[in-house]
Design a protein around this ligand. Structure first.
Ligand code: ADP
Length: 485
């Protein structure tokens, strides 16, 4: 039980860390700027703290050394003064005691190591420390700092001359443990303060960077929602943004306007070409049909050639019509006559029309006898004929097509179901795109141009509805048109 609990808590921790790392974008400008500035400030602060520690240590050591040097320089003068009044050895002892303080210890030693005089005044050094120091045979001529055990000392050993006569060797020991401990405590405080300052600076920088990048985020959000429909009116305005971001927004605006212009020109071109080609092709198709109907003396080959020409012309006319419809929809010139219609009648009419050109079994399943919706009657007919046409094209001739009419709350749905080849999952989201076809090899035999479903989507959305597909490979497809009631 305990093991289960701990493994669960580890899992939840791992999930938390994963969630956090997903939240933190490692490549974001915000993180990079924050880390960059944070590192620079840490280096700056760290360098100042190191320099200050070093400088303070130097000041402390130099002051201690100076003090020792002053004692060493003063002692001969003091001894000389005292020796004018009292015997030399007593004068030496008096002078040593005068210069001894709580942290220092002095002694004068003859070359044969006999002690001439030593501090007898109270000092803080323990007897064992004094004994250990006095047993040292060598001491530096210039004052130096030594660490002995846990204590720090400035040691000095030089000859003592009074009026040109060498009395012996003078040794000075200055205990600086207290000062050094205070100094180390101060350095520690300085480092803690520096780390706190770095943390605070980094947090402030993180907030400031976030705040500074806010206009860029706004720009991104504004650009994200611009759709193909409103690209012509789209303008990016950022009132309180920095000049650089404002310039970027202006450049975006110019880009959008150029895009919209070239898009408009393209639409216009497609619309004009479709319109100009459709009329002569319709005439050609008409002539071909009438020749096929009236001329009985055509050979089989001639008849076949004319039929192929007529079928191709019909296909091209339908393609041009679809292109024209899409171009009009893009420019907002595709008008709908929305009115409340009985969908049962519409479905029945469409099934009748479909049966005229196909011998396929088309079944109709309706939920209620009168289902109404607000639609453009003719456009919806076009939609359903397109879907039925596809269902026929992409299924075997012996399988039925089923139309289901339902009503749910404030929506009516028409489903066109087939038991055909189905659409692979990865293509399902793209089949409503213009000229998108799933399998060119198979589609070639079925004709079509890849515009049918994009027309369906445009028309259904133009009527305030939506169209979706649900399909399984090898089992069939269901296209659902949802319309407002
Ligand atoms: P097309 O003119 O090629 O039929 P559509 O836009 O109507 O163009 O359809 C796009 C593609 O979607 C088709 O090429 C076809 O592969 C696939 N498709 C459409 N309807 C069906 C369906 N009922 N069953 C299987 N595939 C379909």
């Amino acid at each position: 039980m305990l093991i289960l609990y701990s493994s669960l808590s580890v899992k939840s921790q791992v999930n938390k860390i994963r969630g956090l790392s997903r939240k933190i974008d490692l490549f974001s400008l915000r993180l990079r700027l924050t880390i960059g500035i944070g590192v620079v400030s840490a280096l700056g602060n760290g360098s100042i703290a190191i320099w200050m520690s070093w400088k303070m240590q130097q000041i402390l050591i130099n002051s201690q050394k100076n003090h020792v040097e002053q004692i060493a320089a003063r002692l001969p003068d003091d001894v000389k003064l005292y020796s004018e009044m009292i015997p030399l050895e007593t004068g030496l002892q008096k002078a040593i005691n005068n210069l001894t303080n709580t942290n220092s210890f002095l002694w004068v030693q003859k070359p044969n190591r006999q002690i001439l005089a030593q501090s007898t005044k109270w000092h803080s050094l323990s007897d064992s420390t004094v004994a250990e120091l006095m047993s040292k045979s060598e001491m530096p001529i210039k004052p130096e700092v030594y660490k002995i055990g846990q204590r720090y000392f400035v040691l000095y050993g030089g000859s003592l001359q009074v009026e040109g006569k060498v009395l012996g060797k003078l040794f000075i020991v200055q205990d600086m443990t207290h000062e050094q401990t205070m100094f180390l405590a101060m350095v520690q405080t300085l480092w803690i303060a520096s780390i706190l300052v770095i943390i605070v600076i980094t947090l402030v920088i993180a907030y400031y960077v976030k705040f500074s990048l806010q206009p860029l985020r706004q720009l991104n959000q504004m650009t994200e929602v611009i759709s193909a429909k409103d690209i012509a009116q789209a303008q990016l305005h950022l009132d309180h943004a920095p000049s650089e971001v404002k310039e970027l927004a202006q450049t975006f605006n110019m880009l959008l306007s150029r895009l919209s212009q070239s898009w408009e020109q393209e639409r216009q071109f497609v619309s004009n070409v479709s319109h100009e080609l459709r009329t002569p092709l319709t005439i050609v198709h008409g002539y071909l049909q009438s020749v096929l109907r009236r001329q009985n003396n055509l050979t089989e080959t001639q008849k076949e050639a004319l039929e192929t020409a007529a079928s191709e012309a019909e296909h091209t006319i339908s393609l041009l019509k679809n292109l024209l419809d899409l171009a009009r929809a893009d420019s907002g010139y595709l008008h709908f006559q929305i009115e409340s219609c009985v969908l049962n009648d519409l479905v029945a009419e469409v099934v009748g029309m479909a049966k005229n050109y196909s011998e396929r079994t088309i079944q109709v399943e309706v939920q209620a006898s009168c289902i109404r919706a607000k639609v453009d009657y003719n456009r919806l007919k076009q939609v359903l004929l397109n879907l039925i046409d596809n269902a026929i094209k992409y299924s075997e001739p012996n399988t039925p097509i089923i139309l289901k009419l339902n009503q749910q709350q404030n929506q009516a749905t028409i489903q066109v179901c087939d038991r055909g080849y189905g659409i692979p999952l990865q293509h399902q989201s793209r089949i409503f795109e213009r000229f998108y076809r799933v399998d060119e090899a198979r589609n070639h035999t079925t004709g079509g141009s890849g515009l049918g479903l994009s027309i369906v989507k445009t028309l259904v959305e133009g009527m305030g509805g939506s169209v979706t597909v649900h399909s399984k490979l090898g089992e069939g497809s269901v296209f659902t048109v949802t319309l407002p009631i």
